[in-house]
Design a protein around this ligand. Sequence first.
Ligand code: PLP
Length: 426
Amino acid sequence: TSQPTPLAERSPDDLASFAAEQREAYAALKERGLKLDLTRGKPASEQLDLSNDLLTLPRGFTDASGTDTRNYGGLDGIKELREMFAELLWVEPEQLVAGGNSSLTMMKDTLVDLLLHGGVDSPRPWSQEEKVTFVCPVPGYDRHFTLLESFGIEMVTVPMNDDGPDAEAVAALVATDPSIKGMWIVPTYANPSGSVVTQEVAARLASMETAAPDFKIFWDNAYALHHLTRDEAKSADILSLAAAAGHPHRPIMFASTSKITWAGAGVAFLAASVENVKWYLGHLGKGSIGPDKVNQLRHAQFFGSAQGVRDHMVRHREIIAPKFAEVERVLTERLDGLGIATWTRPTGGYFVSLDVLDGTASRVVQLAKEAGIALTPAGSSFPLGDDPRDRNIRLAPTFPPLGQVTEAMEAVATCVLLAAAEQASG
Ligand code: PLP
């Protein structure tokens, strides 16, 4: 097939007939009365089924050290699961806490403790500062931003590039502004861009000078093991890099099995310097006598080893990689060469980030909604829901069955084309 002419190079007449075609295609789409949903970065039920053996585990109730997991205690989590995930996350077991079912809750607890008590290297609790600011790479994870917003923490954005956050932009901000106390990073297969932070970018962020003495990197490695290809990205080794640079307490790493076993009944992890771990557990211990160790034990038995986790992730890949391939195929077939959209080709994680013409993302989402296709609200991947260019749309293809991914993406393409035609033809 011949390459299409970019819209920007077409004559007014051509654009008028293009727009007419797109209106017709959209009317036909609406006729179909679809009801599809690409908003949810959730595992499909077929993926959840991979872990159904958890329903009959654990066998027994004592962990490797002989502790009765049914009882109170063991605030840092059971040893065999911490050892397994320490290997997978490239940290030392004594740097790792295994907790409840949600890493987002651990992030919130950490933030609250920093606000109320200050960190191990804070001159005072963050809440006693005149202002607290976080650097937020964009596009990013909406819940990171709404969490900060809920505490009145200000947000400054930097671009998320293919190799991670724009490290020079971050370094320039943090060097002079002592109100900047932290930043978010999803280092591996980022939500939503799929970017992987390189060792070089991580080293720069670990070693940069910061005006705040207690600057924290919230290193949310939610997709550390969630490869979509055989070429498995290794997460940058942030704890070692920071320690080597003389800032051992800067990074706090988070991860979970939410998209490994069950999103609602997995195990979450926090990793940091031994002093940070002690600090975190000290505050945690005021409100907990220990995590759900029975759940931790059944996870340890289910996986058997770190290699067991890696093998399990291959089975996830086999289910979801075809869905991502379908997103790529439809977007390429329908939109390539028109100069109206670019999108990511992630090699892991749960999302595709689609950039449409500036000023048309909200229109695309609205058109899709009216045709029965739910998309994540435009702007979601930006602090305060404000995408200054109104161009970014987050696509989440894992949850719907493959056939619905195809239908939904064909519909998205139709909406992108119509919104572009509307804009181009005035
Ligand atoms: N972090 C990122 C980047 C995510 O995308 C998600 C879920 O979508 C989470 C954290 C939630 O993690 P958890 O289920 O462990 O609370």
